[in-house]
Each structure stands twice: as C-alpha cells, then as structure tokens.
Design a protein around this ligand. Structure first.
Ligand code: AGP
Length: 614
C-alpha cells in the first residue's frame, strides 16, 4: 500500500527519495510524487500517474534541487489514481506540502468546515483536507507547524502516517503516525523517514520506530524530537536494523517471487535456527516457554489473519487440535473484528501476519485485547505494529518478502505454528514422546526436501505453458492439504489473473463438479495421507468427465500417476508437514503461468503487499 519517504540533511534529497520510492514499489501503488524545498526556498511538487519511472521522466527537466524533501507512492482509496489525486498535496497558500498513508474517516465533516472558511480543494482526496486543516490551524491559532499538526490530528478519526514540509521552515520535517507504520533512520547530521526500513538500510542501521499518536520533528544537526499529539514528550528509542542491502536485491533471479520461492530451504533453516534442536530432539520456542500457562490453560485458541496468513492459520488448526487437543477457530480478521465475537479471558488469540501491519488483523488484536485474551503473534517484519501490540509471539525470520504474492513467509508461518502446536502438545501430554520426536526430526529434514522439490522447477515451467489458455482453475485437497489447495488457487489468481478456487476435495460433488470439462484444469494435492484413497476417487471422477488433472503426489505414487495428466512428486514426510512440500510446486506453477502470460509477477495489478487500510 502507499509508501512514504523523507529526507533532511546535507545531501541532495531527490536521488535519495527516488531510490527510496523504488525500494517501496513492492508495496503496490498507482501513482507517485515528490516535494522538495530548493535552496531559494521554493516548494516544488512533481507528480505522475503510474510507476516511479514515469515520475522520474516527468521531473527530468525540472528543478529537483534541495536538501529536504518528501516522496510518496499512492494506492488509491479516495479518488481515482491520477496526477491530481497523487501525493504530495499543497495547502491552500501552497506553503505546506503533505504526503499521507491511511484513511481520514471524518474527512467529509472536516472538509465541509474548511469549505465554509473559504478553503477550496483541487483533489478528491482525504489527504488534501488534512493539509488544509493544518494550515488553517497554523494561521488561525498562530501556532508553529508542530503544534498545528498536533491540534489538527486531535480532530482526525482514522489512520495515518504523514510527513509535512513548510517552505517557511526549510530546516524542519514533521511526521506523525496512527495505525500506519513510520520509521526514522538516523544518519550523520541527517535523517531519513520511511514507511519501512527498506529505503533506509543503505544509509544507516540506526532507526526509531514511531508509535501511534506520536509526532516527530526532524531538524538536521539537532536531536530527534518526539511528542504525542497531546504534546507529551517521549524519549526516542534507537534500535539497530537487522537487514542487509543484498536481501532487497533480486540476486540474479528474474523476479523477487522466484528468488523467494528458491530461498525457502534457507529461510526455513533460519526460522528453525535456535528453536528446533534435532540432536537434542527438542523444540524451544521462547514465546511459548515464557507464557506456558496461558497456553496450557486455554479453553480455546482463536487464530486470526488475512489471505495467505489465514491459510497458514487453517493448517495450524489441524495441527493444534491433533497435537494439543484444544479447540481452534480460524477467523478472517476483517469478519472477526465486526461480528461481535465471544472472546473470553482464558482464550489465546494467535494473530498471523507477514507484514505485521495489516489493518484488519491489528484491529482484531485490539478487540481481543480489550476482552482480556492473551495475544500471541506470528510475524515476519521485526518491529512492526502487530508484534508490538501483542503479549508475546514468534518472528519467522525469513528476511524481507518483496514479491506481493507471499511464498517464503507462508512456509515459515506453517513451521512456526507447527512448532507451537508441538510445544503445547508435549507440555500438555496430549502428544506422545514417540510422535513428538518423529516430527521434530522430520522438521529438520524439510529444507533438504524442499530443495528436492525445487529441482522440478524446469519441468513445471515446461508444462505450465500448456495451461495459459485456461480461464478457470480448481484446486482440491483434503485435511492438511485443503488449505494448500486454497493457497495454490490464491497464488494463481493474484499473479496470473486466472480465476481459481480452492476446495476440500470431497466438496467437489456438492457443486464444483458441474464445472469440470476439458477446458477446466484441476490441480489435486494428493500426497500419501489419511484420505489419499478418497482423493484418488475424486481424481477418477474428474477424469470420467474429461477434466485435465495436475496432481501433486508423494514420490513413488502408483495410483494417481496412472490417471493424472501431469504429476509432480514431493518427498515422503509426516502428514502434518506435507503442506511445506506440496505448496512449493503450486507456487512455481502459478509463477510460470503468470510469466508466460506476461504478467507483472512481483507487482500484480490492484494488489498491495501490506494492506494498511480496511
Ligand atoms: C498473499 O499472497 C497476499 N498478498 C495476501 O493475501 C496477504 O497474505 C494478506 O494481505 C495478509 O498479509 P499479512 O500476512 O502481511 O498480514
């Protein structure tokens, strides 16, 4: 979703801002813009619809001088994606410029009040209302910019991360956040500002994560000044970034998504490092150990997440109920937060989020917290909002996931949740030692086994070409592999724009079977699991109706291999771990179909990497 970059210091700001916008492109956007105060004190704004490259072409012959500036990539919420609605926005007198992520929910009321005061608006955005409100406050209350921002934000309902420039004060950059992330990078007599650390990492590893309702005032050569919107002073907490520049590059792969699929053997090793000890046959998960009683006394576990993370949650439901025998409910965060759910003090809520910034998941956590539940989060981005508001949790440590379609984060979420299920089960005594040890040892083998699945990439790429004609796909799976079917379908629709649905295989007869024909490819996830024979029967039913079957099976499979049109083999493993292997060919299949169709794999249309608005 929208991205913010800011700079104040001694260097020329423009190249830093543009590079920063490129680093944030993965978040998804539809227009871009930049504002700079040049050495003569002029506040210049340049904007363009489309990619950052369009902005660069537009600004190529313009004055891009200045050592202070802000820049933005916009993902449209209020008003269509065009140049007028793109950020930055000027205030009425063109003294101020603002960029904003989030949604000002009461913008219509504020706009009506400002219109009465004679203010006019050029765009359809809620953001322009905010900058006008700041200027109105500055002028009418005779206060400085920081105070005007504080007073204006006190009137705002909604979510925001903002950055503001004032040409009357070319030495000051003001920013603030509520519900939308913001990070300050501390350089040598200079400051960087961004929605996440990716634009900052090449300049400094010292950062401050801004908290909700905080206003930060940055002036080159002066200490960072942080206050709340009610003007209470805060002490900045400087953190060290654990992010390297090479993690943000494609490393020779044509797309980030392919790089991230291929990284999985390593990322899962990283996720398990220090946690799964195969030699000692043990799993040590500190977030669990420190809060053991909460899990052991839980009457119920509620898992809340969105999209791919929700699919990981569904797999966890099978594992937790099997090993720990605690009832589990898996909820879409967006539904959970609004449906007046019954939440008890002895419930444990597990929130799953790659980005740690998903607005619906954050709101679901807040609701559960208010009801006294214990919040455990599984998150990838260190320091993001979700882990910060949780009681405890577990980072997945897979490094930045840049491709919009989540791949390596999903497998790491499944590993983290499986480790948690095993820990609870063993501690409760509901999982016997023999089974526990078998699975722990097998977890250690998973990275090598994924490597073997990746060895089939070329074959998958070859037969993927056959399916680019398809308008629709069905994905089927059962048990632990039903969520994998849904995840495979989500991957395909996200990046290739082919309609795809994931179903529990046995549900096929209750409707979807009507769709089966030669034109409808059916992907069946059929490893050797408890329901294998039943899935084989489903495949026979599909073949009887001339459907074309792509099957993911366990190596050495005899039955499915005879009847399916295309077969992809994965190594044998424990049933609860099969999703970690079976999902990989589905990631590759979606990727190759999208590439042959010429789609923008890493930045699919309309999608945002981190969904920070409802
Ligand atoms: C996955 O490929 C999607 N891009 C999307 O469904 C994503 O998983 C969802 O938006 C949740 O994001 P989060 O994990 O960052 O909360």
């Amino acid at each position: 979703m929208c991205g913010i970059v800011g700079y104040i210091g001694k260097r020329n700001a423009y190249p830093i801002l543009i590079k920063g916008l490129h680093r944030l492109e993965y978040r998804g956007y539809d227009s871009a813009g930049v504002a700079l105060i040049n050495p003569e004190g002029q506040l210049n704004i340049y904007k363009a619809k489309g990619k950052v490259a369009e902005l660069e072409s537009f600004a190529a012959d313009k004055d891009t001088g200045g050592t202070i500036g802000i820049a933005h990539t916009r993902w449209a919420t209020h008003g269509e994606p065009n140049t007028v609605n793109a950020h930055p926005h000027y205030s009425e007198s063109e003294r101020l410029a603002i960029i904003h992520n989030g949604i000002i929910e009461n913008y219509a009321v504020l706009k009506a009040g400002l219109t009465k005061e004679g203010y006019s608006f050029k765009s359809e955005t809620d953001t322009e209302v905010l900058v006008q409100l700041v200027e109105y406050t500055q002028v009418n209350k005779h206060v400085d910019l920081k105070t005007a921002v504080q007073l204006a934000l006190q009137q705002v309902i909604g979510a925001y991360a903002i950055a503001i420039l004032d040409k009357e004060h070319p030495d000051t950059l003001i920013a603030a956040r509520k519900g939308s992330p913001l990070v300050v990078g501390i350089g040598d007599d200079e400051y960087f500002l961004a929605s996440d650390a990716t634009p900052i990492v090449e300049y400094t590893d010292k950062v401050i994560y801004i908290d909700d309702e905080e206003v930060v005032c940055l002036q080159a050569g002066k200490e960072v000044d942080i206050t709340t919107i009610n003007n209470v002073a805060k002490t900045p907490e400087i953190k060290r970034l654990e992010l390297s520049l090479s993690q943000l590059e494609k490393g020779g792969y044509p797309h980030f998504m392919l790089k991230e699929i291929f990284e999985q053997p390593r990322t899962l090793t990283d996720s398990m490092r220090g946690r799964v000890n195969v030699r000692q046959d043990n799993i040590a998960l500190s977030g669990f150990i420190d809060n053991k009683e909460r899990f052991l006394n839980a009457k119920r576990i509620i898992i809340t997440a969105c999209g791919t993370s929700w699919h990981a949650g569904l797999i966890a439901m099978y594992a937790i109920e099997e090993f720990a025998q605690i009832p589990v409910e898996v909820e879409y965060s967006s539904e959970f937060r609004y449906r007046k759910p019954v939440i008890n003090k002895d419930d444990v809520v597990i929130a799953i989020s790659q980005s740690g910034e998903t607005a619906d998941t954050l709101a679901a956590i807040q609701l559960a917290k208010e009801k006294g539940a214990f919040i455990f989060s599984i998150c990838n981005v260190v320091g993001a909002s979700i882990p910060r508001v949780s009681d405890s949790g577990c980072y997945t440590h897979v490094g930045p996931e840049i491709g919009v379609a989540s791949t390596k984060a999903f497998t790491a979420q499944v590993v983290a949740l499986t480790m948690l299920a095993l820990c609870i089960g063993r501690e409760k005594g509901t999982l016997n030692q023999k089974d526990y040890l078998k699975i722990v040892r097998e977890l250690g083998q998973i990275p090598d086994k994924i490597q073997r699945v990746l060895g089939q990439n070329k074959r998958i790429a070859d037969f993927a070409k056959t399916f680019t004609y398809a308008q629709n796909f069905i994905y089927l799976g059962r048990g632990y592999n039903f969520p994998v079917a849904m995840e495979g379908a989500l991957k395909l629709k996200e990046i290739s724009y082919i309609h795809a649905e994931g179903y529990p295989a046995a549900e096929m007869k209750h409707g979807p079977i009507a769709l089966i024909s030669q034109e409808m490819p059916v992907v069946v996830v059929a490893p050797h699991c408890g329901t294998y024979e039943k899935v084989v029967s489903n495949i026979q039913e599909i073949k009887a109706r001339k459907g074309r079957v792509i099957a993911v099976v366990t190596v050495g499979d005899k039955l499915v291999s005879k009847i399916a049109d295309y077969v992809i083999e994965v190594p044998e493993t424990e049933e609860c771990l099969t999703p970690l292997l079976t999902v990989v060919p589905l990631q590759l299949l979606a990727y190759h179909i999208a590439v042959v169709k010429g789609c923008d794999v890493d930045q699919p249309r309309n999608l945002a990497k981190s969904v920070t608005v409802e």
